[in-house]
Write a protein that binds this ligand. Structure first.
Ligand SMILES: Cc1ncc(COP(=O)(O)O)c(C=O)c1O
Length: 385
């Protein structure tokens, strides 16, 4: 029996077209893009073509794209970069449902003397722009709100939040790690000043990301050294990775619309089946304003980790929360922030679909989840009574 991968929100398999585009850069085109000789210049051409593709994906100008090592680095560089450029005493606003790459970077800055407001979300994980507005003070230097949540898939009203920031001259950062390459993004119309993305979330390679920094945004780099990337991120370029990111962006842009339609249909098929055949199941996250590939469910009397083990045994790879916090006993901070009890939060299952998911896999996965939940309920004390 072949296994079924339904954890695309954690990471994605690399598209063979991306691998093919990267291949020459491991071997023949190995130069350092900062070198003036022809080996270096050929590598530089690959890097700059990738920069153009990433810029096109989000409606930016190429010089505003900085290549990084991952989404976590992009988030950290954006948040600390603005904070350090503006200096201590500044106030930062973020939300309770952010990825830890944002939340922990903000908490770090709080320890360094910055003021921090963490705005809550509603029961769907959606942030109200009015709450952001109420949190703004004369000292606010940065607002950071994610584009879509990695656990429950809820899409945030970032355009409205960005407009609040823009009107007041406050820098606006969005973590678009789950949306870049999946949803249309335009940094101008969405009022974004800084945006983090990561190649491995849209069928590109691991270990490479990008940070968009709008021209004129105050920014102090995290890494100092050889002044690559216009002095905004020193380090010899990961040329194969960057070329792979560029190719992944190019493919995503071309195929996004059709792909989203296909995935949305598969997601609805799976969700309808599970909701129909498993009683006492609730969908976490926004019913409509959500990523087309995300399902997050809580099953009464079922413990998430046990369910994952049953599914793994049946050849299904899924997740009980964010990949980064799995292995931790703590219930998801996102589900808790949405008002779920710790028990319910521990009973959650995230199924995330992607480019290589088929209808046949969805039907097999549905059977496996129905069976696993049924078994676990039989074993649970409440099920026996
Ligand atoms: C919303 C979000 N932000 C940031 C990250 C971190 O990205 P990376 O794995 O590239 O460091 C992730 C990864 O799960 C994510 O989902």
């Amino acid at each position: 029996m072949t296994s079924i991968y339904l954890d695309y929100a954690a990471t994605t398999p690399m598209d063979p077209r991306v691998r093919e585009a990267m291949a020459p850069y491991w071997e023949t085109v190995f130069g350092n893009p900062m070198s003036l000789h022809s080996h270096g210049q050929k590598a530089l051409e690959g890097v700059e073509a990738a920069r153009d593709s990433v810029a096109r994906l989000i409606g930016a100008d190429s010089p505003e794209i900085v290549f990084t090592g991952c989404g976590t680095e992009s988030d950290n560089a954006a948040i600390k970069g603005v904070a350090f450029a503006r200096g201590q005493g500044g106030h930062i606003i973020t939300t309770a449902v952010e990825h830890h790459a944002v939340l922990h970077a903000c908490r770090f800055l709080e320890k360094q003397g910055f003021d921090l407001s963490v705005v809550s979300a509603d029961r769907f994980g959606r942030v109200n722009p009015d709450d952001i507005k109420d949190a703004i003070t004369s000292k606010t230097i940065l607002i950071s709100v994610m584009h879509a949540n990695n656990e429950v898939g809820t899409i945030e009203p970032i355009e409205a939040i960005g407009a609040l920031a823009r009107d007041r001259g406050i820098s606006f950062h969005t973590d678009a790690v789950q949306t870049a390459g999946h949803l249309p993004i335009h940094v101008d119309t969405m009022n974004i000043d800084l945006l983090a993305l990561s190649a491995h979330k849209f069928c590109g390679p691991k270990g490479v990301g990008a940070l968009y920094i709008r021209k004129g945004t105050p920014f102090e780099p995290l890494l100092h050294g050889g002044a690559q990337e216009g002095g905004r991120r020193s380090a010899t370029h990961n040329v194969p990775g960057i070329v792979g990111l560029g190719k992944a962006a190019e493919i995503a842009m071309k195929e996004m619309e059709d792909e989203n339609r296909r995935i949305d249909e598969l997601r609805r098929r799976l969700l309808n089946r599970l909701m129909r055949d498993i009683p006492d199941t609730c969908l976490n996250g926004h019913p409509e304003e959500r990523l087309p590939n995300n399902i997050n469910l809580s099953f009464a009397q079922v413990e998430g980790e046990a369910l994952l083990m049953h599914l793994d045994h049946a050849g299904i790879s899924a997740s009980s929360g964010s990949a980064c916090s799995s292995g931790s006993e703590d219930p998801s901070h996102v589900l808790l922030a949405m008002g779920l009890s710790p028990e319910k939060a521990r009973g959650s299952l995230r199924l995330s679909l992607g480019r290589f998911t088929t209808r046949e896999e969805i039907d097999r996965a549905a059977e496996a989840v129905i069976e696993a939940v049924g078994r676990l309920r039989e074993l649970s004390p409440a099920g026996k009574s």
